[in-house]
Design a protein around this ligand. Structure first.
Ligand SMILES: Cc1cc2nc3c(=O)[nH]c(=O)nc-3n(C[C@H](O)[C@H](O)[C@H](O)COP(=O)(O)OP(=O)(O)OC[C@H]3O[C@@H](n4cnc5c(N)ncnc54)[C@H](O)[C@@H]3O)c2cc1C
Length: 404
Protein backbone atom coordinates (compact mmCIF):
# COMPACT_ATOMS: atom_id res chain seq x y z
CA UNK A 1 0.00 0.00 0.00
CA UNK A 2 1.25 3.49 -0.87
CA UNK A 3 1.90 5.88 2.03
CA UNK A 4 0.77 9.46 1.44
CA UNK A 5 2.96 12.43 2.47
CA UNK A 6 2.79 16.16 1.81
CA UNK A 7 6.55 16.38 1.58
CA UNK A 8 9.14 13.66 1.14
CA UNK A 9 12.78 14.54 1.75
CA UNK A 10 15.19 12.02 0.27
CA UNK A 11 18.53 12.03 2.08
CA UNK A 12 19.06 12.84 5.77
CA UNK A 13 22.31 14.83 5.53
CA UNK A 14 22.88 18.48 6.43
CA UNK A 15 20.89 19.88 3.49
CA UNK A 16 17.96 17.49 3.84
CA UNK A 17 17.60 18.14 7.58
CA UNK A 18 17.80 21.90 7.01
CA UNK A 19 15.00 21.68 4.44
CA UNK A 20 12.86 19.54 6.76
CA UNK A 21 13.23 22.02 9.62
CA UNK A 22 12.20 25.05 7.55
CA UNK A 23 9.33 23.21 5.87
CA UNK A 24 7.97 22.02 9.24
CA UNK A 25 8.34 25.49 10.77
CA UNK A 26 6.42 27.00 7.87
CA UNK A 27 3.46 24.69 8.30
CA UNK A 28 3.50 22.18 11.17
CA UNK A 29 0.31 20.51 9.98
CA UNK A 30 1.84 18.92 6.91
CA UNK A 31 3.05 15.33 6.91
CA UNK A 32 6.80 15.47 6.29
CA UNK A 33 9.04 12.41 6.12
CA UNK A 34 12.80 12.18 5.70
CA UNK A 35 13.86 8.99 3.94
CA UNK A 36 17.42 7.90 4.70
CA UNK A 37 19.12 4.77 3.40
CA UNK A 38 21.54 4.44 6.30
CA UNK A 39 20.63 3.41 9.85
CA UNK A 40 20.87 7.00 11.09
CA UNK A 41 20.60 10.51 9.74
CA UNK A 42 23.49 13.04 9.74
CA UNK A 43 26.11 10.32 9.80
CA UNK A 44 28.56 12.21 7.58
CA UNK A 45 28.19 15.42 9.60
CA UNK A 46 29.64 13.62 12.64
CA UNK A 47 32.91 13.03 10.77
CA UNK A 48 33.32 16.51 9.32
CA UNK A 49 36.13 18.86 10.28
CA UNK A 50 38.10 15.96 11.82
CA UNK A 51 35.18 15.36 14.19
CA UNK A 52 34.85 19.09 15.02
CA UNK A 53 32.44 20.05 12.20
CA UNK A 54 33.57 23.24 10.53
CA UNK A 55 29.94 24.03 9.67
CA UNK A 56 30.31 27.40 7.94
CA UNK A 57 32.75 30.17 7.14
CA UNK A 58 31.85 33.77 7.87
CA UNK A 59 33.69 34.91 4.72
CA UNK A 60 31.83 32.59 2.33
CA UNK A 61 31.01 34.16 -1.02
CA UNK A 62 30.83 33.02 -4.63
CA UNK A 63 34.64 33.18 -5.04
CA UNK A 64 34.94 30.17 -2.73
CA UNK A 65 32.82 27.97 -5.00
CA UNK A 66 33.33 26.17 -8.30
CA UNK A 67 30.93 24.54 -10.76
CA UNK A 68 27.91 25.73 -12.73
CA UNK A 69 25.88 26.68 -9.63
CA UNK A 70 28.75 28.71 -8.07
CA UNK A 71 27.51 32.07 -9.39
CA UNK A 72 24.06 31.43 -7.93
CA UNK A 73 25.43 31.30 -4.37
CA UNK A 74 24.83 35.07 -4.51
CA UNK A 75 21.08 34.38 -4.58
CA UNK A 76 21.20 31.66 -1.92
CA UNK A 77 23.50 33.58 0.43
CA UNK A 78 21.54 36.80 0.03
CA UNK A 79 18.84 34.95 1.99
CA UNK A 80 20.98 32.53 4.05
CA UNK A 81 24.40 34.13 4.53
CA UNK A 82 26.82 32.44 6.96
CA UNK A 83 25.64 34.69 9.81
CA UNK A 84 22.06 33.48 9.34
CA UNK A 85 23.17 29.83 9.19
CA UNK A 86 25.00 30.40 12.49
CA UNK A 87 22.01 32.09 14.11
CA UNK A 88 19.66 29.34 12.88
CA UNK A 89 21.82 26.64 14.44
CA UNK A 90 22.32 28.70 17.58
CA UNK A 91 18.54 29.03 17.90
CA UNK A 92 18.48 25.21 18.21
CA UNK A 93 20.88 25.43 21.18
CA UNK A 94 24.32 25.30 19.53
CA UNK A 95 27.05 27.63 20.72
CA UNK A 96 29.70 28.33 18.12
CA UNK A 97 33.05 30.07 17.78
CA UNK A 98 34.94 31.63 14.90
CA UNK A 99 38.51 30.43 14.33
CA UNK A 100 41.25 31.48 11.93
CA UNK A 101 40.28 32.37 8.35
CA UNK A 102 36.63 32.69 9.36
CA UNK A 103 36.04 28.99 10.04
CA UNK A 104 33.14 28.36 12.39
CA UNK A 105 33.01 25.39 14.80
CA UNK A 106 30.88 24.38 17.77
CA UNK A 107 32.46 25.78 20.94
CA UNK A 108 32.65 22.22 22.31
CA UNK A 109 34.87 21.18 19.37
CA UNK A 110 32.56 18.20 18.89
CA UNK A 111 30.57 17.64 15.71
CA UNK A 112 28.01 15.85 17.90
CA UNK A 113 26.98 19.29 19.27
CA UNK A 114 25.82 20.29 15.77
CA UNK A 115 24.22 16.92 15.10
CA UNK A 116 22.39 16.83 18.45
CA UNK A 117 21.10 20.41 18.05
CA UNK A 118 19.64 19.51 14.66
CA UNK A 119 18.16 16.24 15.92
CA UNK A 120 16.57 17.99 18.86
CA UNK A 121 15.02 20.63 16.61
CA UNK A 122 13.75 17.99 14.19
CA UNK A 123 12.17 16.03 17.01
CA UNK A 124 10.50 19.12 18.45
CA UNK A 125 8.92 19.74 15.03
CA UNK A 126 7.72 16.11 14.90
CA UNK A 127 9.24 15.43 11.50
CA UNK A 128 9.07 11.71 10.73
CA UNK A 129 12.40 10.01 9.97
CA UNK A 130 12.43 6.73 8.06
CA UNK A 131 15.92 5.17 8.12
CA UNK A 132 17.24 2.03 6.39
CA UNK A 133 15.11 2.91 3.39
CA UNK A 134 16.66 3.48 -0.01
CA UNK A 135 14.79 5.31 -2.75
CA UNK A 136 15.33 3.68 -6.11
CA UNK A 137 12.79 5.43 -8.34
CA UNK A 138 10.77 8.64 -8.53
CA UNK A 139 8.09 9.40 -11.10
CA UNK A 140 5.74 12.33 -11.41
CA UNK A 141 2.21 11.31 -12.40
CA UNK A 142 -1.01 13.32 -12.15
CA UNK A 143 0.71 16.11 -10.26
CA UNK A 144 1.96 13.71 -7.56
CA UNK A 145 5.30 12.03 -7.05
CA UNK A 146 5.38 8.23 -6.84
CA UNK A 147 8.48 7.33 -4.84
CA UNK A 148 9.55 3.69 -4.72
CA UNK A 149 11.83 2.46 -1.95
CA UNK A 150 13.10 -0.91 -0.77
CA UNK A 151 10.75 -0.44 2.19
CA UNK A 152 7.42 0.42 0.57
CA UNK A 153 6.17 3.12 -1.76
CA UNK A 154 5.12 6.71 -1.14
CA UNK A 155 2.95 9.26 -2.87
CA UNK A 156 4.00 12.85 -2.18
CA UNK A 157 2.94 16.33 -3.27
CA UNK A 158 6.48 17.66 -3.11
CA UNK A 159 9.88 15.99 -3.08
CA UNK A 160 13.30 17.24 -2.00
CA UNK A 161 16.36 15.42 -3.32
CA UNK A 162 19.19 16.01 -0.85
CA UNK A 163 21.09 12.81 -1.44
CA UNK A 164 24.59 14.31 -1.68
CA UNK A 165 27.10 12.73 -3.98
CA UNK A 166 29.87 10.11 -4.03
CA UNK A 167 32.40 11.65 -1.61
CA UNK A 168 32.98 9.63 1.54
CA UNK A 169 31.84 6.13 0.53
CA UNK A 170 32.80 4.81 3.95
CA UNK A 171 30.24 7.22 5.39
CA UNK A 172 27.55 5.76 3.14
CA UNK A 173 27.80 8.16 0.22
CA UNK A 174 26.88 7.02 -3.28
CA UNK A 175 25.56 8.50 -6.49
CA UNK A 176 22.12 6.84 -6.36
CA UNK A 177 20.44 10.23 -5.84
CA UNK A 178 22.04 11.55 -9.00
CA UNK A 179 20.61 8.56 -10.90
CA UNK A 180 17.16 9.56 -9.59
CA UNK A 181 17.72 13.09 -10.85
CA UNK A 182 18.96 11.89 -14.25
CA UNK A 183 15.90 9.68 -14.61
CA UNK A 184 13.72 12.70 -13.85
CA UNK A 185 15.28 14.51 -16.82
CA UNK A 186 18.05 16.49 -15.13
CA UNK A 187 21.56 16.80 -16.56
CA UNK A 188 24.36 15.67 -14.25
CA UNK A 189 27.84 16.91 -15.16
CA UNK A 190 30.86 14.61 -14.94
CA UNK A 191 31.78 13.68 -11.37
CA UNK A 192 35.32 13.80 -10.00
CA UNK A 193 36.75 13.88 -6.48
CA UNK A 194 37.53 17.29 -4.94
CA UNK A 195 39.15 18.34 -1.66
CA UNK A 196 41.35 15.30 -1.56
CA UNK A 197 45.05 14.36 -1.60
CA UNK A 198 46.88 14.72 -4.92
CA UNK A 199 48.55 11.46 -6.03
CA UNK A 200 52.26 11.75 -6.85
CA UNK A 201 53.41 9.60 -9.76
CA UNK A 202 57.05 10.49 -10.22
CA UNK A 203 58.37 8.90 -7.04
CA UNK A 204 57.46 7.16 -3.79
CA UNK A 205 57.47 9.56 -0.87
CA UNK A 206 58.42 6.91 1.68
CA UNK A 207 61.13 9.17 3.13
CA UNK A 208 58.60 11.95 3.74
CA UNK A 209 55.65 9.85 4.93
CA UNK A 210 53.99 11.49 7.94
CA UNK A 211 55.86 14.81 7.62
CA UNK A 212 53.87 18.05 8.00
CA UNK A 213 55.30 21.39 6.95
CA UNK A 214 53.96 24.83 6.16
CA UNK A 215 54.57 26.31 2.77
CA UNK A 216 53.14 27.06 -0.63
CA UNK A 217 51.94 24.56 -3.23
CA UNK A 218 51.66 25.62 -6.85
CA UNK A 219 49.96 23.66 -9.62
CA UNK A 220 51.92 23.96 -12.86
CA UNK A 221 50.85 22.85 -16.35
CA UNK A 222 53.20 23.29 -19.33
CA UNK A 223 55.22 25.83 -17.32
CA UNK A 224 52.09 27.88 -16.57
CA UNK A 225 50.87 28.50 -13.05
CA UNK A 226 47.29 27.20 -12.71
CA UNK A 227 46.69 27.95 -9.02
CA UNK A 228 48.63 28.21 -5.80
CA UNK A 229 47.72 27.92 -2.12
CA UNK A 230 49.54 28.40 1.17
CA UNK A 231 49.16 26.41 4.38
CA UNK A 232 50.01 23.10 5.96
CA UNK A 233 51.32 20.45 3.58
CA UNK A 234 51.23 16.80 4.60
CA UNK A 235 53.17 14.05 2.88
CA UNK A 236 51.89 10.49 2.58
CA UNK A 237 53.67 7.59 0.91
CA UNK A 238 52.21 8.37 -2.50
CA UNK A 239 50.40 11.69 -2.25
CA UNK A 240 50.54 15.31 -1.16
CA UNK A 241 47.85 16.20 1.34
CA UNK A 242 46.72 18.97 3.70
CA UNK A 243 44.13 21.71 3.30
CA UNK A 244 46.09 23.82 0.81
CA UNK A 245 46.69 20.73 -1.34
CA UNK A 246 42.98 19.81 -1.11
CA UNK A 247 42.11 23.19 -2.58
CA UNK A 248 44.24 22.47 -5.66
CA UNK A 249 43.00 18.91 -6.19
CA UNK A 250 39.96 19.78 -8.34
CA UNK A 251 42.16 21.56 -10.86
CA UNK A 252 44.74 18.78 -11.34
CA UNK A 253 45.10 17.01 -14.69
CA UNK A 254 47.33 14.05 -15.52
CA UNK A 255 50.98 15.03 -16.11
CA UNK A 256 50.71 18.29 -14.12
CA UNK A 257 53.43 19.24 -11.66
CA UNK A 258 53.06 20.49 -8.10
CA UNK A 259 55.88 22.71 -6.93
CA UNK A 260 56.35 22.99 -3.17
CA UNK A 261 58.01 26.03 -1.58
CA UNK A 262 59.01 25.52 2.02
CA UNK A 263 60.10 29.11 2.71
CA UNK A 264 57.75 30.92 0.30
CA UNK A 265 58.11 34.26 2.06
CA UNK A 266 61.81 34.34 1.05
CA UNK A 267 63.07 34.72 -2.53
CA UNK A 268 65.76 32.44 -3.98
CA UNK A 269 68.55 34.96 -3.31
CA UNK A 270 67.60 35.28 0.35
CA UNK A 271 67.37 31.49 0.78
CA UNK A 272 70.81 31.15 -0.81
CA UNK A 273 72.22 33.71 1.61
CA UNK A 274 70.79 31.77 4.55
CA UNK A 275 72.10 28.43 3.29
CA UNK A 276 75.54 29.95 2.66
CA UNK A 277 75.58 31.39 6.18
CA UNK A 278 74.57 27.99 7.57
CA UNK A 279 77.30 26.19 5.66
CA UNK A 280 79.89 28.64 7.00
CA UNK A 281 78.75 28.43 10.62
CA UNK A 282 78.13 24.69 10.68
CA UNK A 283 80.97 23.56 8.41
CA UNK A 284 81.83 20.64 10.70
CA UNK A 285 78.33 19.15 10.64
CA UNK A 286 77.42 16.32 8.31
CA UNK A 287 75.53 17.52 5.23
CA UNK A 288 72.46 15.57 6.36
CA UNK A 289 72.31 17.92 9.40
CA UNK A 290 72.60 21.13 7.39
CA UNK A 291 68.94 22.04 7.94
CA UNK A 292 68.83 21.20 11.64
CA UNK A 293 66.77 23.92 13.27
CA UNK A 294 65.12 24.85 9.97
CA UNK A 295 63.14 21.79 8.85
CA UNK A 296 62.31 18.41 10.33
CA UNK A 297 65.35 16.18 9.80
CA UNK A 298 63.71 13.86 7.24
CA UNK A 299 62.50 16.84 5.23
CA UNK A 300 65.93 18.49 5.35
CA UNK A 301 67.56 15.31 4.09
CA UNK A 302 64.97 14.99 1.32
CA UNK A 303 65.63 18.55 0.08
CA UNK A 304 69.39 18.04 0.01
CA UNK A 305 69.11 14.63 -1.74
CA UNK A 306 66.78 16.11 -4.34
CA UNK A 307 69.33 18.86 -4.96
CA UNK A 308 72.68 17.06 -4.97
CA UNK A 309 72.01 13.35 -4.38
CA UNK A 310 74.00 11.10 -2.05
CA UNK A 311 76.23 10.80 -0.08
CA UNK A 312 75.22 13.14 2.73
CA UNK A 313 77.58 11.65 5.29
CA UNK A 314 80.41 13.96 4.30
CA UNK A 315 81.07 17.27 6.04
CA UNK A 316 79.26 20.50 5.15
CA UNK A 317 82.67 22.07 4.46
CA UNK A 318 82.99 19.78 1.40
CA UNK A 319 80.02 21.42 -0.36
CA UNK A 320 81.06 23.52 -3.33
CA UNK A 321 79.33 26.75 -4.40
CA UNK A 322 77.26 25.08 -7.08
CA UNK A 323 75.98 22.46 -4.63
CA UNK A 324 75.07 25.19 -2.13
CA UNK A 325 73.15 27.02 -4.88
CA UNK A 326 71.28 23.83 -5.83
CA UNK A 327 70.37 23.03 -2.23
CA UNK A 328 69.09 26.58 -1.67
CA UNK A 329 67.07 26.46 -4.89
CA UNK A 330 65.43 23.14 -3.92
CA UNK A 331 64.00 24.69 -0.73
CA UNK A 332 61.44 26.64 -2.74
CA UNK A 333 61.27 24.43 -5.84
CA UNK A 334 60.61 20.83 -4.85
CA UNK A 335 58.68 19.35 -7.74
CA UNK A 336 56.33 16.38 -7.89
CA UNK A 337 54.74 14.94 -11.04
CA UNK A 338 51.11 14.31 -10.17
CA UNK A 339 47.98 12.80 -11.66
CA UNK A 340 44.28 13.62 -11.50
CA UNK A 341 42.76 12.26 -8.28
CA UNK A 342 40.20 9.52 -8.93
CA UNK A 343 39.49 8.05 -5.50
CA UNK A 344 36.10 9.26 -4.22
CA UNK A 345 36.76 7.55 -0.88
CA UNK A 346 39.50 10.04 -0.07
CA UNK A 347 37.48 13.07 -1.19
CA UNK A 348 35.49 15.40 1.06
CA UNK A 349 33.32 16.61 -1.77
CA UNK A 350 32.60 15.93 -5.42
CA UNK A 351 33.02 18.20 -8.40
CA UNK A 352 29.97 17.86 -10.66
CA UNK A 353 26.26 17.28 -10.17
CA UNK A 354 22.97 18.71 -11.43
CA UNK A 355 23.62 21.71 -13.68
CA UNK A 356 23.08 25.08 -12.04
CA UNK A 357 20.89 26.41 -14.85
CA UNK A 358 18.31 23.67 -14.16
CA UNK A 359 17.57 24.94 -10.64
CA UNK A 360 15.85 28.15 -9.54
CA UNK A 361 18.43 29.69 -7.16
CA UNK A 362 15.78 31.71 -5.32
CA UNK A 363 13.83 28.63 -4.22
CA UNK A 364 15.98 25.57 -5.09
CA UNK A 365 13.05 24.24 -7.12
CA UNK A 366 13.82 22.28 -10.25
CA UNK A 367 13.16 24.27 -13.42
CA UNK A 368 12.25 21.01 -15.11
CA UNK A 369 9.79 19.52 -12.64
CA UNK A 370 7.44 21.60 -10.52
CA UNK A 371 7.34 20.50 -6.91
CA UNK A 372 10.82 18.91 -7.05
CA UNK A 373 13.53 20.64 -5.01
CA UNK A 374 17.27 19.92 -5.07
CA UNK A 375 19.79 21.03 -2.46
CA UNK A 376 23.30 20.33 -1.15
CA UNK A 377 26.04 18.41 -2.84
CA UNK A 378 23.80 16.78 -5.47
CA UNK A 379 24.15 20.10 -7.31
CA UNK A 380 27.10 20.98 -9.55
CA UNK A 381 28.92 23.07 -6.95
CA UNK A 382 31.94 22.41 -4.77
CA UNK A 383 33.45 24.79 -2.28
CA UNK A 384 36.97 25.31 -0.98
CA UNK A 385 38.08 23.68 2.24
CA UNK A 386 37.08 25.68 5.34
CA UNK A 387 33.36 25.29 6.08
CA UNK A 388 32.18 26.41 2.65
CA UNK A 389 30.56 23.11 1.66
CA UNK A 390 28.44 22.82 4.77
CA UNK A 391 27.54 26.52 4.43
CA UNK A 392 26.12 25.69 1.01
CA UNK A 393 24.43 22.49 2.23
CA UNK A 394 22.69 24.31 5.09
CA UNK A 395 21.86 27.48 3.16
CA UNK A 396 20.43 25.64 0.13
CA UNK A 397 18.52 23.26 2.42
CA UNK A 398 16.98 26.07 4.48
CA UNK A 399 16.06 27.92 1.29
CA UNK A 400 14.41 24.84 -0.25
CA UNK A 401 12.54 24.21 3.01
CA UNK A 402 11.05 27.68 3.28
CA UNK A 403 9.81 27.42 -0.30
CA UNK A 404 8.15 24.04 0.12
C1 LIG B 1 35.37 13.29 5.88
C2 LIG B 1 34.64 14.55 5.46
C3 LIG B 1 34.87 15.73 6.16
C4 LIG B 1 34.21 16.90 5.78
N1 LIG B 1 34.43 18.02 6.52
C5 LIG B 1 33.79 19.17 6.18
C6 LIG B 1 33.91 20.35 6.97
O1 LIG B 1 34.53 20.36 8.04
N2 LIG B 1 33.29 21.48 6.54
C7 LIG B 1 32.53 21.51 5.39
O2 LIG B 1 31.99 22.57 5.05
N3 LIG B 1 32.34 20.40 4.66
C8 LIG B 1 32.93 19.24 5.03
N4 LIG B 1 32.72 18.10 4.28
C9 LIG B 1 31.76 18.16 3.15
C10 LIG B 1 30.32 18.12 3.69
O3 LIG B 1 30.21 17.11 4.65
C11 LIG B 1 29.32 17.89 2.55
O4 LIG B 1 29.48 18.88 1.58
C12 LIG B 1 27.89 17.94 3.09
O5 LIG B 1 27.70 16.96 4.08
C13 LIG B 1 26.88 17.71 1.96
O6 LIG B 1 25.61 17.66 2.54
P1 LIG B 1 24.39 16.98 1.77
O7 LIG B 1 23.21 17.08 2.67
O8 LIG B 1 24.27 17.51 0.41
O9 LIG B 1 24.81 15.45 1.57
P2 LIG B 1 25.19 14.33 2.64
O10 LIG B 1 25.63 14.92 3.91
O11 LIG B 1 26.12 13.42 1.92
O12 LIG B 1 23.82 13.57 2.90
C14 LIG B 1 23.16 12.82 1.90
C15 LIG B 1 22.33 11.74 2.59
O13 LIG B 1 21.48 11.14 1.62
C16 LIG B 1 21.44 9.74 1.85
N5 LIG B 1 21.08 9.10 0.58
C17 LIG B 1 21.80 9.10 -0.57
N6 LIG B 1 21.14 8.43 -1.55
C18 LIG B 1 19.98 7.99 -1.01
C19 LIG B 1 18.88 7.24 -1.51
N7 LIG B 1 18.85 6.81 -2.78
N8 LIG B 1 17.85 6.95 -0.68
C20 LIG B 1 17.87 7.38 0.63
N9 LIG B 1 18.88 8.10 1.16
C21 LIG B 1 19.92 8.41 0.35
C22 LIG B 1 22.87 9.42 2.32
O14 LIG B 1 22.93 8.22 3.03
C23 LIG B 1 23.19 10.64 3.19
O15 LIG B 1 22.84 10.47 4.53
C24 LIG B 1 33.34 16.90 4.67
C25 LIG B 1 33.10 15.72 3.97
C26 LIG B 1 33.73 14.55 4.36
C27 LIG B 1 33.46 13.27 3.60
Amino acid sequence: MNKYRDILIIGGGASGIASAIKAAEKNPDRKITIIEKQNRILRKLLSTGNGRCNFTNINANKKNYHGSFAKFTENVFSIYPPKRVISELESYGLISKIESEGRVYPVSNHASAVVDSLLYKLESLKVEVQCETKVFSIKKENNKFLVKTDNGNYIANKVVISTGSKAGKKLGADASGLDLLRNLGHTVSELSPALCPIPVVSKKLTALKGIRATGKVALIRNDNLIKSETGEIQFTENALSGICVFNLATFVKDADTVSVSLLPELNDTKVEEIVKEHTAIFKNRLIEDLFTGVFQKKLGIYIIKEAIGDPLSRKVSTLNNNEIKQIAYAVNHLTFKVKRPTDFDKAQVVKGGVLGKEINPNSMESKKIKGLYICGEAIDINGDCGGYNLQFAFASGFLAGENL
